[in-house]
Design a protein around this ligand. Structure first.
Ligand code: MN
Length: 320
C-alpha cells in the first residue's frame, strides 16, 4: 500500500478541486475517514476540498460537520474524486456522475467485497478493522500530526466499525490506536453515546416494536426483524434510528445470524450480522447483489417485503 499512499498524496497535491465521498447513507467510518483526510490534505494541497454526504443526528456534533455537503450543494465537476469506505457502486447518482467526469479517482477502503477496478489509486485492505485505521496509517506516512478534531474523526470511525471495541475485528492495535487518539484530545464518552447508543424517542419506540415482533427460524439460530413503512411513517423515524437494532437481534443466545429488513418506497434495505461462522457478505451478494464484511453486510432487495420474509429465512437457516 506504500506506493499508493504516495500516489494519493500526489493526486491531492496537484488537484484544483477534490471531492471526498462515502457511499449513500454514510456511516461513522466513512464520515470520519472523509473529514480526517480533508483536514490532512489541506495541510499540503491548495485544492478546494469538498466532502459529500448527508449526516444524520448521530453525527451532527462531529468537528467539521458543516463542511459535509448534500448532493444539491456539490459542484459540477471535481479534478479528483476519492471514494472512502465503500464501493463506487454504492454512490449517490449525482456523485456517480462526478466520479465519471473526474480526471483522477481513488479508493480508500477495507470492504472485502469492494473491487479495485476502475480507480487510478487504490488503498484496499480487507484486513483493516476500519477505513479510519487506514487513514491513520496514511497520515503517519505523510507526517501529519494529529490534532483533536482529526483524532475525533478517526475515533468515530473506529468505534463505529468495531461496535465500540466489541466485534471480532477488534485487535490489540485497535486499542493502541484508540489510546493514542485519547492522548491527542478525544473525549471518548460523548462520542460513544452519540455514535453508538443514543436514539430518538421515536427510535426507542421502533426498537421496541422490532424486537417485540422479531421472528426466529432454524431452532432459534436465525432471527429476522422488520421495519415496515407503516411503522416508519407512524413513528416519524429518522435516518439513524435503525442503527444498532440488528446488533440487538444478534445478541440473543443461540442466534448465529440476524437480519433487519427495512421497507422503503422502492426496495427493502437489508442489514445482516453473523456471530461466529456465517459469511453474510456472500449471502447479501447472492440474495440481492449486496456486500460488506464477513460478519456485517447489507443489500438492497428490489422487491416486496413479503417476498423477503418468505425467501430469505430458509437461505439463512441453510447457511448456519
Ligand atoms: Mn468501514
Amino acid at each position: 500500500m506504500n506506493d499508493a499512499i504516495g500516489d494519493l498524496h500526489h493526486i491531492l497535491e496537484d488537484a484544483g478541486t477534490v471531492l471526498l465521498t462515502g457511499p449513500m447513507d454514510p456511516d461513522g467510518d466513512s464520515i470520519g475517514a472523509c473529514l480526517a483526510l480533508a483536514r490532512a490534505a489541506e495541510t499540503f494541497s491548495s485544492a478546494a476540498i469538498h466532502v459529500a454526504g448527508e449526516l444524520n443526528y448521530r453525527y451532527d456534533w462531529i468537528p467539521d460537520a458543516e463542511r459535509v455537503l448534500t448532493d444539491d450543494q456539490l459542484g459540477d465537476r471535481y479534478d479528483v474524486v476519492v471514494v472512502m469506505d465503500g464501493d463506487r457502486g454504492r454512490l449517490t447518482p449525482k456523485v456517480t456522475d462526478l466520479f465519471a467526469s473526474a480526471s483522477k479517482t481513488a479508493l480508500v477502503d477495507h470492504h472485502q467485497s469492494s473491487s479495485a477496478e476502475g480507480y487510478d489509486v487504490v488503498l484496499l485492505d480487507a484486513t483493516s478493522p476500519s477505513t479510519c485505521e487506514m487513514v491513520h496509517r496514511v497520515l503517519e506516512a505523510w507526517n501529519i500530526p494529529l490534532e483533536p478534531a482529526t483524532a475525533t474523526h478517526l475515533y468515530t470511525g473506529i468505534i463505529f466499525d468495531t461496535g465500540g471495541f466489541k466485534h471480532e475485528n477488534t485487535r490489540s492495535a485497535t486499542h493502541r490506536l484508540a489510546a493514542k487518539l485519547l492522548d491527542h484530545g478525544v473525549a471518548p464518552a460523548p462520542v460513544h453515546a452519540k455514535v453508538l447508543h443514543e436514539r430518538t424517542t421515536a427510535g426507542l419506540r421502533l426498537l421496541g416494536e422490532v424486537l417485540g415482533s422479531a421472528t426466529f427460524y432454524g431452532d432459534g439460530t436465525v432471527v429476522m426483524g422488520i421495519m415496515t413503512r407503516e411503522a416508519i411513517q407512524r413513528l416519524g423515524i429518522q435516518s439513524g434510528d435503525a442503527e444498532g437494532i440488528v446488533d440487538a437481534l444478534l445478541n440473543t443466545a443461540g442466534v448465529e445470524v440476524a437480519v433487519l429488513a427495512k421497507e422503503t418506497a422502492d426496495a427493502v434495505k437489508l442489514s445482516f450480522r453473523s456471530k461466529t461462522r456465517v459469511n453474510v457478505a456472500a449471502i447479501a451478494h447472492d440474495f440481492a447483489g449486496g456486500g460488506g464484511h464477513v460478519r456485517a453486510a447489507g443489500a438492497r432487495y428490489l422487491g416486496r417485503i413479503e417476498d423477503v420474509v418468505t425467501v430469505l429465512p430458509p437461505l439463512l437457516v441453510d447457511a448456519v
